[in-house]
Design a protein. Sequence first.
Length: 83
Amino acid sequence: MTAADAPSADDRSLDRALCAAHARADAGALIRLYDAAAQRRLADGRLDAACFYLTHAYVHALEAGSDQASAFRARLRDHGRED
């Protein structure tokens, strides 16, 4: 791993927040945090990584019965990841 590949402080903070939300089984936080991670990766031009996180947001939204699930599905479809 090069220095450019090392996770940033923001990434480490997000990872800690995701782990804590998983430990609490906090569906709302998981949806929000995975969505934030997806948006961050999109901003960095990392579509595959963004869709990985977006898929997690989608799954947690589905499991929670969240109204956001359809929006996540649409975003995945827009990126060619959902038919």
